[in-house]
Design a protein around this ligand. Sequence first.
Ligand code: MG
Length: 369
Amino acid sequence: MNIIHPYTTCSIVCSKRIFSWVLTKIFRPMEGEKKFVVKWSGKEFELCNLSESDSVATLKEAIHKETGVRPERQKLLNLKFKGKTPDDECQLSMLKLKPGFKIMMMGSLEEDIADASSPPEDIPEVVNDLDTEEEEVAIENREEYLAKIERRIREYKIKMINEPRPGKKLLVLDIDYTLFDHRSSAESGYELMRPYLHEFLTSAYEDYDIVIWSATSMKWIEEKMKLLGVSTHTNYKIMFHLDSLAMISIHTPKHGVFDVKPLGVIWGKFNQYSSKNTIMFDDIRRNFLMNPQTGLRIRPFRQAHLNRSCDKELLRLAKYLREIAVLDDFTCLNHRHWEKYKPPRERGEGRRARERDRERERERGGGES
Ligand SMILES: [Mg+2]
């Protein structure tokens, strides 16, 4: 008869416990350990062994190890901290990334960069697997386009009509199909003017310096502004006009080569304006591809004879401009959702906005008192 000695039983139990503890330590992820995926050039790479306390620099090193793209070449498109690209020192825990988060990356290998004289034929391949928003981010950072902007800042001469006013934000407006239906036939300019144009500009002028930017010649811009009665209106003043010569041409796989209106040209010439206090309206989204966050795509105003009686876009946009004018930083806004924007009524800015609205009502005689 085999009798198991109590000591032997105890040893087996203890050994099992130790073995189980060792297994747990080896196979259970460290506390805060995160697994991410980086998508680059149409392929996905798993990144393991990163933890919440690691920095963005460590993440970039891990990506470098997997993809071969050096940290300084990496553009991590959807990695954001408070809406902006995080610094290398930023901890991953601050980015609130979910396990398995897919990081979209653009970046080139050193061997590809070595052939610097060739056109960027590899870019479409990289960009094609990204959606439009990611494509935009990539384009606005391309060095060759930033160099073109620098050239416009140096060489394009702005003819000032009115001086900037201290403390005002900046509104940049397209003309064709934004303020004016330039294709429909009509007896007068007034019939082609977008409804509420003067009311809109009067309201916007209270908080914004106004610039007109159209992809045509200066001669035509000036003629159109005269035709619409904008250049002679007494309730507001236009700061200056920009024409097609202030634009730059860029290339994207989706649109090919085309001209855009880079706000960097204005920001480079007037350092009081930046993405924090500028907004641009255009009926063509690709016109603001160099500054996608700052652009608001307005519904085009076409067929003036049919839409003159029902188009209220400018009236509604005037309200939006008033509501956001109290903000210190526009970069937190997503103008794609402008129609759903709720002013921060609970905060101090909201109170100031309400007081100002009431004051304006009184000045216009529209108030009850
Ligand atoms: Mg237009």
